[in-house]
Ligand binder design. Structure first.
Ligand SMILES: [Mg+2]
Length: 219
């Protein structure tokens, strides 16, 4: 049984629904994480599409263990306000899309970090409702639109999350966006039926064509 987050603060209006992941989609993640790691005595070396194995301790020259990576990520999310910034054009594109669609953020992080994330998002006028889950994202989106099955689009950097949504909500437009150039170049193909975007201009064009029937460059 999946633990679903509380949807009480989300009021869908019946317009198309756009659900966005946060890290590496709306907020930069890999780039500021790299800077944070330097401040902690590590270096993130982009040599494969993974964090574990690529975070190298300056003191020992060894890769941080899975447990160390977990602990570093937890410290990074605790301090995210000092490090993370919006991805280029994310704020303006979401503001434009929000005129014709409902927006919901769906972030894969422990709920204990959600309050800090909320403050950080609000500071950048990213005022859309936030859901934090550690469970499969497809089940969350299926439950969210259960009472209002409007056309929807989902944007995420991780293939696992896109495949989860494809399984639970097959009619949803799926877009793979990873804003960090080095890691996007190494990312595996996300699979059939999943569009790849290199930036928020690509996302705007795909979403507007699918949800609003606008084929020209948008807005
Ligand atoms: Mg992400």
């Amino acid at each position: 049984m999946t633990n679903l987050p509380d949807f009480a603060h989300i009021k869908l209006t019946g317009r198309p629904l756009i659900i966005c992941d946060i890290d590496e989609v709306v907020l930069e993640f890999v780039t500021p994480l790299g800077r944070f790691l330097v401040s902690e005595g590590y270096n993130l070396i982009p040599r494969s599409f993974a964090l574990t194995g690529n975070i190298i301790s300056n003191a020992t020259g060894e890769a941080a263990t899975e447990q160390d990576v977990k602990s570093l990520l937890d410290r990074f999310f605790t301090a995210q306000e000092a490090w993370q910034v919006p991805a280029p054009n994310a704020v303006s594109t979401l503001a434009a899309l929000s005129r014709d669609a409902d927006l919901v953020f769906l972030t894969a992080m422990p709920a204990r970090h959600a309050a800090v994330r909320r403050v950080l998002l609000d500071r950048h006028d990213l005022i859309y409702p936030l859901l934090a889950t550690e469970g499969p994202k497809g089940a969350v989106i299926k439950a969210l639109r259960e009472s209002m099955p409007v056309p929807c689009a989902f944007i995420d950097d991780i293939a696992r999350n896109l495949l989860s949504v494809r399984e639970h909500v097959p009619e949803c437009l799926l877009i793979n966006l990873m804003v960090n150039d080095d890691f996007r170049a190494m990312a595996p193909a996300p699979g059939p039926g999943i569009y790849r975007a290199a930036n928020w201009d690509d996302v705007a064009a795909l979403v507007s064509a699918h949800l609003f029937g606008k084929s020209e460059k948008w807005p």
